[in-house]
Design a protein around this ligand. Structure first.
Ligand code: ZN
Length: 160
């Protein structure tokens, strides 16, 4: 079966950045599954999978616009240290969920800890990066009507 909207796809992948550093990979015995055409994975990878079949292997480099977006420097902010009251070991690299003024949940990364202020970055850690995926498609099946209605796959009898 060919990958198209309304199919469930399982694939192995290795993700590297432009420097060749491996950022992520599927576990040997656990390919990643998703419902194709539902925006469950980054758009550049989803497009590259369209039309592939079980057993296909390929490599694709996805530009930031089709991955986790370009960096938005307005999302880098300095906030008072008191905003992190109660967190004694505050250090660069720590991530927190916060609410923006519009009420959306936003994950911020601490990038600098000063005496009185803390710099936080609301960009996705992979924003601005071109990402290379080496992919092997392991299974393609038709999605069930319920999976299509929910917009995600139901694995191993998961039902709700
Ligand atoms: Zn569901």
């Amino acid at each position: 079966m060919q990958i198209a909207d309304g199919t469930v796809v399982y694939f192995h992948y290795t993700l590297t950045n432009a420097d060749g550093d491996v950022l992520d990979a599927s576990a040997v015995d656990a390919p990643l599954g998703y419902l194709h055409g539902a925006g469950n994975i980054i758009s550049g990878l989803e497009s590259a999978l369209t039309g592939r079949r079980t057993g296909d292997r390929f490599e694709v480099t996805v530009a930031p616009e089709d991955a986790y977006g370009v960096r938005d420097e307005s999302l880098v902010q300095s906030v008072p240290r008191s905003a992190f009251e109660g967190i004694a070991q505050l250090a660069p690299g720590m991530r927190f969920e916060s609410r923006s003024e519009s009420g959306d949940a936003q994950v911020v990364t601490v990038t600098e800890v000063g005496d009185g202020s803390v710099t936080i970055d609301g960009n996705h850690p992979l924003a601005g990066q071109s990402l290379t995926f080496v992919v092997e498609v392991t299974e393609v099946r038709a999605a069930t009507a319920q999976e299509q209605a929910h917009g995600h796959l139901h694995e191993h009898g998961h039902d709700h």
